[in-house]
Write a protein that binds this ligand. Structure first.
Ligand code: TNX
Length: 537
């Protein structure tokens, strides 16, 4: 059975090559290179199980063995590259117990070492691409930019056996097959969204999610920070938003919020892993928590009670009140100051309690405010109803016509079609957690869609990328979040990074199966969908 499976995998495997024109060309990976080994074997896995699937793989001869004396060397020895090297060292140290010193690379030959180097001549690799060369004598990652080096190290992690992800030392040897990977992403925006408003998740939980995102080369974490049920980020000029509005959650739980210091720490942690945090302050709807905190924000001056149900579309900021814009300006200013990335998300979805004409005026003012604080506005697709500045970004979730309307205005679109990309939809009708309003989405459904052909009128050049949102009405703990997010999020990561050619559900499911032991080693409570041929379960 195992042999039959390997054969099948080999037959279905296809890599892609960076051709002279940049068009991917198919390359076959020879037998023996494809299959992941069992969790107990110390044999290194092949190149065939890497997710997201790389642009080009050329297997070589022999294997590299990481020695206890190996160093990780960087050129140039900048703070940024040292940080990338330290992150790799930190990961490899846990499972190997080796010292793995981080040092500068000055000469050229460092037998047995892992060398990370940026090279001016490698513009072809872009902002995030890399070339990883593994030979018996050593490992080199080359990139044009530090992000590329980081992604090269994430690929390297996947080339060690799954036990490399363990949190305590396991016996060696720690080997990697020789070969070359040349890789770069299809889309610039490869995201996940976590709703910390319906249920709140603390900084350490979110950091763990960032770690997992980075391993699969996701680079945007959209945090849905405010909603009817809770306001989760401290705003110094409006302190009751969290002292009152942060005090509950769906189901009436205790809620919680990030202080600005905690939030800044999370943003810096993500940034070190090349993940840009995109903060969302949802408005004018989804604002009950804010209105409950400040009666003066309501049109009638009466604060509604805190809300812990799961209805949507019943709250609205008071569009006609000038104080509303002072509020928005204060909040956006404080959030922008905590945001090194270029984007501030203003929600704009499901504003059913807002007059449609007033909505358009409101959004245009909000866009002005976001721009005045030096940021680009991101909004859910409903924001395409208003006139958008060329730098604004629209996130498609349900209404194809609105996505097309955004493109008609020259805006770029983030693709999050609910029936494919929503991580809070149940896998099957039997799934305990999740909702079903957009249908059920098993692992296969979540993988078999393409961002450039999903919506008529929205083509490859209009698409900034892909994002998988997780709304947290039904997820009380981070283990619940992981159950819904994994393994579907891994498929979205591949859709965002890998070329369309050379991959299919038929071969992807085998690659995904090899990630079961890796996820388990990281303590991830993933959903073991029967659609995936998991081994050793
Ligand atoms: C719709 S999608 C919403 C959220 C809910 C979600 C549940 C979108 C922009 N708004 O308020 O949490 O459905 O799946």
């Amino acid at each position: 059975m195992a042999a039959a499976r390997s054969l099948l995998v080999v037959v279905l495997a296809a890599g892609v090559q960076l051709g002279a024109t940049g068009a991917p060309a198919t390359v076959n990976i020879p037998p023996g290179r494809m299959t992941e080994t069992s969790a107990t074997s110390t044999a290194p896995p092949g190149f065939g199980a890497i997710i997201p699937k790389p642009f080009e793989v050329v297997p070589g001869r022999g294997t590299f063995t990481l020695s206890p004396e190996a160093s990780i060397r960087v050129r140039p020895a900048s703070t940024e590259l040292r940080r990338v090297a330290e992150l790799l060292a930190g990961t490899l140290r846990r499972a190997t117990g080796y010292e793995l010193r981080v040092a500068a690379a000055r000469g050229t030959a460092y037998p047995g070492d892992i060398v990370l180097a940026t090279a001016r001549g490698r513009r072809d690799l872009g902002e995030e691409g890399y070339e990883l060369r593994v030979a018996e004598g050593g490992v080199t990652v080359t990139a044009h930019r530090p992000a590329g080096l980081f992604y090269g190290t994430q690929t390297l992690r996947q080339l060690f056996r799954p036990a490399i992800e363990g949190s305590s030392p396991a016996p060696g040897p720690w080997r990697v097959r020789a070969g070359t990977v040349r890789d770069r992403p299809r889309f610039a925006w490869r995201g996940a969204m976590l709703d910390v408003a319906r249920h709140f998740f603390g900084v350490d939980d979110v950091k763990h999610l960032v770690d997992l995102m980075a391993l699969y080369k996701l680079n945007r974490l959209h945090l849905h920070l405010t909603d009817d049920q809770g306001w989760r980020i401290a705003i110094r000029s409006w302190p009751r938003l969290t002292s009152v509005g942060g005090r509950t959650a769906v189901g009436g739980g205790a809620g919680g919020h990030y202080t600005q210091r905690q939030y800044a720490d999370l943003v810096a942690y993500a940034r070190d892993r090349f993940v840009t945090v995109v903060p969302e302050i949802d408005m004018p709807g989804h604002t009950n928590a804010a209105l409950a905190s400040y009666a003066k924000l309501t049109c009638d001056g009466v604060a509604p009670p805190l809300y812990s149900g799961i209805d949507v579309g019943f709250s609205s900021l008071c569009i006609g009140k000038e104080l509303t814009y002072t509020f928005v300006d204060d909040v956006v200013r404080e959030v922008a100051a905590l945001t090194p990335g270029p984007f501030v998300h203003v929600g704009g979805d499901e504003a059913k309690a807002t007059d449609p004409r007033a909505y358009v005026d409101f959004l245009e003012r909000v866009e002005q405010i976001v721009r005045s604080h030096g940021k680009r506005m991101v909004g859910w697709e409903e924001t395409a109803r208003s006139r958008l500045h060329a730098t604004s970004v629209v996130q498609h979730w349900y209404d194809a016509a609105l996505a097309a309307r955004a493109v008609g205005q020259g805006a770029k679109v983030i693709m999050s079609p609910a029936a494919k990309a929503y991580l809070d939809m149940k896998y099957t009708p039997d799934t305990e957690l999740g909702l079903v309003w957009a249908g059920t989405t098993d692992v296969r459904d979540a993988y078999t869609w393409d961002p450039a052909t999903q919506v008529a009128g929205v083509s490859e050049r209009d698409v900034l990328g892909v994002e998988a949102p997780l709304w947290s009405e039904t997820t009380k703990t981070i283990a619940d979040v992981e159950q819904l997010a994994f393994p579907r999020l891994i498929g979205h990561a591949e859709i965002g990074w890998s070329p369309r050619q050379g991959r299919s559900w038929k071969e992807y499911r085998w690659r995904l199966a090899a990630h079961g032991p890796r996820l388990r080693a990281q303590g991830v409570a993933y959903h073991a969908s029967p659609q995936v041929p998991w081994r050793d379960r």
